[in-house]
Design a protein around this ligand. Structure first.
Ligand code: SF4
Length: 346
């Protein structure tokens, strides 16, 4: 992995590739030659989503990574997601097109500080959002995603004290939904924090019939304006099933690609940032991956996720607890209004 002296928002340089090469055809050829599966998060560039074998949210992708019989997982998302794939499938080669693709939530929660935080709350169970490093997962009791967190917390004894890291907005929302007090780590997602309450109110006035779907990483003043709050998968489902012609979407705008593919008859508008447009809400980490870097990753099997085995084994336990405690995956028909041509599982 690169040393950490670079600016965290700076992607790796784009590879120099012979312009005569048909990148899409080469990715396809290499995928078969390597017995590889390409997993992509909903926040990825549309071209990457379209070439992926499977597109999903963190929970979908972790389940897919655990179940695949591919030899290589090309993970088009950010580093902590690719680490989850390696934790669950250590025998597989896991490549991430740009190893610098981090996450502001992961950055906000250094493992040593998290360990001290845990130590300061010895009678609390440690629940962490999947958006953290493998080293933080290794210090955790149960991992959750925004899809399964409420269901998992509701399975804990009522008197069980909880600490939650690293997203304080998601933690506050979970606390309200579950009726449980929680000690919260003060991390935030730089993407979801940038939505502007004032601009969203103006947009709602412009489109009074358009419901707002928001991710719980948004601050409470945005969630208070939302008609639906949930994970990326649930936002996608809501957007597809809503009877409204126009839906306002308060999460990373990459997800709008799947909405438009599934429901070309509808209009999806990204919620605005402070400057009145949604461009500032694009995740700079997700955007570091490119088709060219994906091609090189499949060609060279680099950069690879490599984890310390002790950390991996300790991180595996809370991930397995998550998978055991998660409600069963929604049947494909539940998402059929939005997923019809999305999930092309290999
Ligand atoms: S959108 Fe936010 S939480 Fe997701 S990877 Fe980007 S910075 Fe991290």
């Amino acid at each position: 992995m690169d040393d950490m002296t670079f600016n965290i928002f700076e992607p790796s340089p784009e590879p120099v590739i012979d312009p005569a090469i048909d990148i899409e055809a080469e990715i396809d050829r290499l995928r078969h030659e390597r017995n590889a599966i390409i997993l992509a998060h909903y926040y990825q560039d549309p071209a990457i989503q379209d070439i992926a074998d499977f597109v999903g949210d963190s929970l979908d992708l972790s389940r897919k990574a655990a179940a695949t019989d591919a030899d290589v997982i090309a993970f088009c998302g950010v580093r902590f997601m690719a680490e989850v794939a390696k934790i669950l499938s250590p025998e597989k080669t896991v490549v991430l097109p740009d190893m610098r693709a981090g996450c502001s939530l992961e950055e906000s929660c250094p493992p040593e500080e998290f360990a001290a935080f845990r130590h300061a709350h010895p009678d609390h169970i440690a629940i962490t959002y999947v958006n953290c490093s493998a080293a933080v997962k290794a210090e955790t009791d149960i991992i959750v995603t925004s899809s399964n967190a409420v269901a998992i917390i509701n399975q804990l004894p009522k008197d069980q004290k909880i600490l939650f890291a690293p997203d304080r907005h998601l933690g506050a929302w979970l606390s309200e939904k579950s009726g449980r007090e929680m000690v919260l780590w003060p991390g935030t997602c730089i993407v979801h924090e940038r939505f502007s309450e004032r601009e969203l109110i103006k947009l709602k006035a412009q489109y009074p019939d358009a419901p707002v779907a928001a991710h719980p990483e948004c601050p409470v003043q945005i969630l208070d304006l939302a008609d639906h709050v949930g994970s990326t998968s649930s936002i996608l489902k809501f957007a597809g099933e809503s009877t409204a012609d126009t839906v306002i979407v308060a999460t990373e705008p990459g997800i709008i690609h799947q909405m438009q593919k599934a429901r070309p008859d509808k209009t999806f508008i990204g919620a605005p940032g402070a400057d009145g447009n949604c461009n500032c809400n694009m995740c700079p980490f997700m955007a570091m991956n490119s088709m060219e870097k994906l091609y090189v990753a499949l060609r060279d099997l680099e950069p690879q996720i490599v984890l310390d085995e002790d950390v991996r084994l300790r991180a595996l336990k809370p991930l397995q607890r998550m998978l055991e405690m998660s409600p069963a995956a929604a049947p494909a028909t539940d998402l059929s209004t939005v997923h019809t041509d999305t999930a092309v599982s290999a």
